[in-house]
Design a protein. Structure first.
Length: 242
């Protein structure tokens, strides 16, 4: 996969380059968990880890179970990379249910009686490590990049790209958006439909996402309504406001 790592990356004083960080991970000789959203930065991270010879154990956290467009793209990526992507519920799913987000009145007592847990992201990572049979100190890689926002840049500048306390590592932190797209194009990988439909990775159930899904993937739109029956009201609100 030549050409994945290109010149012109971001530099921050006191922060090791992502190339050096991947070298450290390679030297450890252990698998790395990858938080895989299906987005461009997650793809770029997987490609960079693969090029660095680091075994990857990818996992995806779903916001709504069983969305066909999500499953289709995960299956596509499994074929590209030759391994399974484990699926787990995202903490937001529990939070939305427990807070009755877009729920009809007759469901409230049922949801309250269910007493759903509300795990934190860190707790979910502990469960993912255990489920995958990996040690508690296994690194979890993500696609966070300093160029994404000033908040992320300042966070990396202050805390570094390898956070030992939680064993989290940003393996392409110094790449620009162009680097991610170049890596993906060089590998011949198609982007998820998310970018065409939403302009970003799918991560919510508001009108930004349900509107395009109603148009492009009506079965998935209906699936969201099975879990969140009043989600369509946000589309009504948006239409009335326009």
């Amino acid at each position: 996969m030549g050409g994945c790592i290109v010149s012109g990356v971001i530099e921050l004083p006191g922060v090791e380059s992502s190339r050096a960080i991947r070298g450290q991970l390679n030297a450890e000789g252990r698998p790395v968990l990858l938080a895989f959203s299906g987005g461009k930065d997650a793809l770029a991270s997987w490609l960079a880890l693969r090029e660095s010879g680091i075994p990857v154990v990818p996992y995806y956290m779903y916001y709504v179970p069983g969305l066909r467009f999500v499953e289709d793209y995960l299956t596509y990526c499994e074929g590209i990379f030759g391994c399974r992507i484990a699926r787990y519920p995202h903490p937001s799913l529990y939070r939305w249910l427990n807070r009755f987000v877009f729920q009809s009145p007759e469901r409230l007592a049922i949801i309250e009686a269910a007493q759903f847990p509300e795990p934190t992201y860190e707790q979910m990572l502990t469960l993912v490590r255990e489920d995958q049979g990996l040690p508690a100190d296994t690194w979890v890689a993500d696609g966070v990049r300093a160029a994404d926002s000033i908040v992320r840049r300042l966070s990396i500048q202050k805390h570094g790209a390898m956070k030992v306390k939680h064993h989290k590592v940003s393996v392409v932190w110094d790449w620009r958006k162009a680097h991610a797209f170049e890596a993906i194009a060089s590998a011949g990988i198609d982007l998820a439909p998310d970018y065409e439909w939403f302009g970003r990775s799918f991560d919510g159930i508001d009108a930004r996402f349900t509107g395009p899904l109603r148009e492009h993937a009506p079965e998935d739109f209906e699936r969201i309504l099975e879990w969140f029956p009043l989600a369509e009201l946000d589309l009504v609100r948006q239409e009335l406001a326009s």
